[in-house]
Design a protein around this ligand. Structure first.
Ligand SMILES: Cc1ncc(COP(=O)(O)O)c(C=O)c1O
Length: 403
């Protein structure tokens, strides 16, 4: 175990891990059952287009969530695009900037302007008071993001949407298996959208879903997902190809059978990090709300440099040298990326909390492939780097001066 600055790989020590430790290594579930399903679909030669696995997957997800409709989609991004279009959003839509770029792109792709609203630094989700201030006559909706699986302030946002007659969608890419006031995410707003990308704790290789309790919206989404076909040779509206294929659905069905195991391991890892990082000044482990159901799939640190005396970025450099590929999600915020940076150059002024949080966040590896021993090693390295911050800074500055 490393305990001093001299041991760190960035200064010539042996890296703590031989293999790279990624933030989101895919969880596979039971390989035999997956392979059995894959053989089945190869034998049947039904690879996509509303196959039996896709249908079963949708039913299982809808039952699990207690929601009327689940429409599986080929990715979370396409699911967002379709949900946005089917809900009739146009003009301006209020979204957080502190999210993955897909939330904003799904709007802009359809020439809808994402209007970036600040977050509550406590929860990293939309601040409802600020949302209400950003509503203009061009606003047609709000897209909240349940970041890290922590639900938005759903009651407050629903109230605002109702009072201003706005549509309310949720990007629930991180929140499969999470609850709000005891009810599973998927049941709120006009519709909610999941991502089942390989980096998510529950994955279908690529994939996503739109879930809703609105029958009319569900029908519109189903049409749009399949080019607007209402039957053979009959197209009744514009649409795209958003279908989930059978191999993805097979992976989803297999993953669902292990969902509770995935969550249990994530929870164990979260508690382990919590224990190992306790009492480290300037390091906040973003708290999951344990009064709700959670999936614990993100281990999110906030590094307060004024207390650690080592910046988040330097800590990240130290970790990467050890093969611990910590990530700065969602740095620097959508408003600082193109095309939004150029089109709303003054956005940063109205996003002070987003700006601060984006400078502080560092996500650490977790999931089925990360053990308690790995976590102890990672945290020991963080401790060594922060306790030796003065030496780490000095050595990195000397190295930069020589370069
Ligand atoms: C918050 C958020 N929204 C949307 C997406 C897009 O999902 P996908 O990668 O499945 O297209 C992701 C991540 O992948 C995400 O993290």
């Amino acid at each position: 175990m490393k305990s001093s600055v001299e041991d760190l790989a960035i200064f010539g020590g042996v890296p703590a891990f031989n293999e790279k430790l990624h933030v989101g290594r895919p969880n596979i579930g039971n390989r035999e059952r997956l392979l059995k399903r894959i053989n089945q679909l190869l034998d049947s030669k039904w690879l996509t287009n509303g196959g039996p696995f896709e249908q079963e997957f949708e039913q299982r997800v809808a039952t699990y969530l207690g929601v009327r409709h689940c429409i599986s989609i080929c990715s979370g991004t396409v699911a967002l695009e379709i949900a946005i279009r089917a809900s009739g959003l146009k003009g301006e839509v209020i979204v957080p900037s502190f999210t993955f770029i897909a939330t904003a792109h799904a709007l802009q792709w359809q020439e809808i302007t994402p209007v970036f609203c600040d977050i509550d630094p406590r929860t990293h989700t939309l601040d409802p008071v600020k949302v209400e201030r950003m509503i203009t006559p061009r606003t047609t909706g709000i897209v909240g993001v349940h970041l890290w699986g922590r639900s938005c302030e759903i009651k407050a946002l629903t109230d605002i949407a109702n009072r201003h007659r706005l549509k309310l969608l949720f990007d629930a890419a991180h929140a499969f298996g999470c609850s709000y006031e005891g009810r599973l995410i998927g049941n709120f707003g006009d519709a909610e959208v999941f991502s089942f990308h390989a980096t998510k704790f529950f994955n279908t290789f690529e994939g996503g879903a739109i879930v809703t309790n609105d029958d009319a919206l569900a029908s519109a989404v189903r049409l749009m997902r399949n080019f607007g076909f209402s039957g053979y040779d009959k197209v009744i509206s514009i649409g795209t190809n958003g279908k989930m294929n059978e191999i993805s659905a097979a992976m989803g069905l297999t993953g669902l059978e292990s969902l509770e195991d995935f969550i249990a391991v994530n929870y164990r890892n979260y508690k382990c990090y919590q224990h190992e990082l306790a009492d480290l000044p300037g390091v906040r482990l973003f708290p999951h709300d344990e009064t709700e159901r959670g999936n614990y799939q993100y281990i999110t640190l906030e590094i307060d440099e004024s207390l650690t005396q080592l910046s988040r970025d330097r800590l990240m450099q130290v970790l990467w040298a050890e093969n611990i590929l910590a990530r700065r999600y969602f740095y620097p915020g959508c408003h600082r990326m193109e095309p939004y940076r150029s089109s709303s150059s003054h956005a940063a002024q109205s996003l002070p909390e987003t700006e601060k949080v984006a400078e502080r966040v560092l996500c650490l590896p977790t999931g089925m492939s990360v053990t308690s021993t790995d976590i102890a090693v990672i945290c020991r390295i963080i401790r060594a780097a922060l306790q030796g911050s003065e030496a780490v800074n000095r050595r990195l500055e000397n190295r930069a001066a020589r370069a």
